[in-house]
Design a protein around this ligand. Structure first.
Ligand code: ARG
Length: 260
């Protein structure tokens, strides 16, 4: 009945009274609750973007998305956890309304979903054990080595596109449900390298006997994923994102989570 909160408010101001309260209540019932809310989906074990701390999901994406939604007319309806490669189906099936998971904006994904404006940049790091036995300087140095990445990620894309069939066999690629497991398997010696987003590599190498050997430049940009054609949420998130940047909140959050 009412196009937006504004026209609803204008209607209230113009008419006033009990009858209007009734009609507004009826109206919001017709719209359905989900029309004005945002349920977010993420895939933890990708620090500092999202990780579990005492059973709670925390991280840069968590704080940033919540700050952005705060600037919109949408009500934030909480977080749902998925494995990374289940986030897009969850969005398409309307189990969630937004993906906030350090997700790289790319043409492949753009065919199925839409993205907000970019909010962070990344390349791929090649992480190895710190013992010094193997120090690759380029992708061709990974020849005949078992390599790991997280399922469904752009890191996996680098392995499949640049290594499998050329430098390594399909069997030498190990796909993990999350990057923490991949790095653990690197420590255990089951893979010799992990291809992983640079900011996450920096976090995970800080307190483990692994290090970044070199960076493969991919020029990736992270965006919030929204349903294809959900221009209302896309626009709201983009407006919210610029407000959060202008107010200094974005910078505060990068300082908190990346020490930048
Ligand atoms: N940026 C990479 C991609 O888009 C990795 C994202 C992984 N995110 C996560 N929450 N596990 O594929």
């Amino acid at each position: 009945m009412f196009e937006s909160e504004l026209s609803r408010r204008q209607y209230l101001t113009t008419v006033g009274g009990t009858a209007v309260t009734l009609s507004v209540a009826g109206c919001s019932g017709d719209d359905g609750d989900s029309a004005q809310t945002i349920t977010a989906g993420t895939a933890p074990s990708f620090p500092p973007f999202e990780m579990k701390q005492d059973g709670e999901i925390v991280g840069f994406d968590v704080d940033l998305l919540e700050a952005v939604v705060e600037q919109t007319d949408y009500e934030f309806d909480g977080w749902e956890e998925y494995e990374f490669d289940s986030l897009t189906p969850a969005l398409v099936n309307e189990n969630i309304d937004v993906i906030a998971a350090g997700m790289t904006i790319n043409d492949d994904r753009d065919e199925t979903i839409d993205f907000s404006d970019p909010y962070y940049s990344s390349n791929q790091a090649i992480v190895v054990r710190t013992d010094g036995d193997f120090s690759p300087g380029s992708l061709s140095d990974l020849s005949d080595r078992p390599v790991g990445a997280q399922k469904g990620t752009t890191g996996e894309g680098v392995v499949q596109d640049e290594l499998v069939g050329d430098e390594i066999t399909q069997d030498q690629y190990n796909a993990y449900d999350n990057y923490v497991l991949a790095i653990q398997d690197l420590q255990n010696g089951n893979v010799d390298a992990v291809v992983i987003d640079v900011p996450v590599a920096e976090t995970l190498t800080a307190d483990r006997p692994v290090e970044s050997a070199f960076v493969h430049e991919t020029g990736e940009k992270f965006g919030f994923g929204v349903r294809d054609g959900d221009e209302a949420r896309q626009t709201a998130l983009n407006d919210g994102l610029s407000t959060v940047r202008e107010s200094g909140t974005y910078e505060e959050l990068t300082q908190t989570w990346f020490g930048e």
